[in-house]
Write a protein that binds this ligand. Structure first.
Ligand code: 7TS
Length: 428
């Protein structure tokens, strides 16, 4: 285990030396695609560094949603009229786009949900209730978002099962040997975040999946913070479930994806009952629809789904890997600059990180820091980031968190650094 002091040194040491954006990545041109970024707040240019909470949407996504309501609004899978046919086609096209985006084998492995939270609740309620019994165990990690803790706690409470938690070190990395030790014949499922929202840690999920599978345990990956920043291939990872949210992927709110291996989804009972998820209904017996419709009861978020399709198109055009390389430069630059500020401590200094810079300022509550930054036009998140156990692990009530996207700039990082200095001035 590292001590907090050496963790800070590690952060500074892990900073890349190159500070310029990768060649060919024209961030000013990219910013033109995001109209919201042009505004001023409190008379200052908006510096949006709260992308881990919700990322901004490009004009093409806004246009796709607009087009739906202007010219095509109709329900899916049931109409025989033209608008419904068009809606259905675009809705299903998004499923195919999501399949390719995640590298899934089949479109029926892609289930539309409200977001990551609903995806995890679906697996807990359907797979979990079927397979977890008294004395069984679910294994998570100490860096999970509440939405990857509470559904499992609820399941454990109902079934008399036990929630096990793999520890993290002072850098915010999983202690992999402890994780492996916690896998045993009672473990029914592992559920871990690919990237931590509070610390930015990128977990070695491929290795964790291999370890779990070695013990015959299926693995769910919470990809809410990973899908916008890393190239995902669920077949290569060999994960059993993978979830992400549209609104963190530059798409609309209220839509997300649950990927599940077809063999597992096939054997799972429905999550919610209603229209579209059935094949036949009588008062004596109902038979269920095929995958993935079995899990899509009721009229879904059609406009949001179509918007998500446009967001995936946008990322494909931009090149997610190129964007990720640029974000990496931004994070490295920000890490270097912020760790040089006296009285500022970075929380989360893992060797592998994505997008997130959480920190605490001596003598300043993170909420106060967030408020003073806001007055300077800098939007960050302050609080426990829906990861209260992470705060407890580090013995702090909260952090201030800057989280980056490919449309952020080096100048915006400089604005953040000056903003923190201003916070310190106010409290000195
Ligand atoms: N898992 C992780 C790792 C997350 O970061 C979040 C949201 C969720 C699950 C839940 O996603 P939702 O779209 O269903 O709400 N994280 C954050 C955050 O860091 N700040 O606001 C929301």
């Amino acid at each position: 285990m590292t001590t907090p002091g050496t963790a800070k040194d590690a952060a500074a040491a892990s900073v890349a030396t190159q500070e310029m954006p990768p060649r060919g990545f024209d961030v000013q041109k990219i910013r033109e695609d995001f109209p919201i970024l042009k505004q001023t707040v409190y008379g200052k240019p908006l510096v949006y560094l709260d992308n881990a909470a919700t990322a901004q949407t490009p004009q093409t996504v806004i246009d796709a949603i607009d087009r739906f309501y202007l010219a095509q609004c109709a329900n899916i899978h049931r109409g025989i009229h033209l608008l419904s046919e068009r809606s259905t086609a675009e809705y299903e096209e998004t499923r195919a786009k999501a399949q390719r985006f995640l590298g899934a084998a089949e479109t029926r492995e892609i289930v539309f949900v409200r977001g990551t939270t609903e995806a995890i609740n679906l697996v807990a309620n359907s797979y979990g209730r079927k397979h977890v019994g008294a004395g069984d165990e679910i294994l998570i990690t100490a860096m999970e978002h509440h939405s990857n803790i509470v559904p499992w706690q609820m399941l454990c409470e109902e079934k008399g099962a036990v929630l096990r938690v793999a520890p993290i070190n002072d850098a915010g990395e999983i202690v992999i040997e402890e994780f492996e030790k916690l896998l045993n014949r009672r473990t029914r499922l592992v559920s871990v975040s690919h990237v931590s929202n509070a610390l930015g840690t990128v977990n070695p999920v491929e290795r964790m999946i291999e370890m779990a599978h070695g013990k015959g345990v299926p693995v769910m990956i919470d990809g809410a913070q990973a899908a916008p920043h890393l190239k995902i291939n669920v077949q290569k990872l060999d994960c059993d479930f993978y979830a992400f949210s549209g609104h963190k992927l530059y798409g609309p709110t209220g839509i997300g994806i649950l990927y599940g291996k077809a063999s597992l989804l096939e054997a799972m009972p429905p999550y919610q009952g209603g229209g579209d998820m059935i094949r036949t209904v009588s008062f004596e017996k109902t038979t269920y629809n095929a995958l993935p419709y079995k899990f899509e009861a009721g009229t879904p978020n059609i406009a949001g789904t179509i918007g998500l399709g446009a967001a995936i198109d946008y990322l494909n055009q931009l090149g997610l890997e190129q964007a990720a390389a640029y974000e990496h430069e931004l994070l490295a630059y920000a890490t270097k600059k912020v760790s040089q500020l006296p009285g500022v401590r970075i929380i989360g200094t893992a060797r592998e990180k994505a997008s997130v810079l959480s920190f605490v300022i001596d003598g300043v509550h993170p909420h106060d820091a967030g408020t003073i930054l806001d007055q300077q036009g800098i939007a960050v998140r302050a609080g426990h980031h829906c990861a209260m156990p992470v705060m407890e692990r580090f013995g702090i009530p909260a952090t201030t968190r800057a989280s980056f996207a490919f449309y952020n700039t080096i100048e915006e990082v400089d604005a953040l650094v000056s903003g923190i200095e201003k916070v310190q001035e106010v409290f000195s």
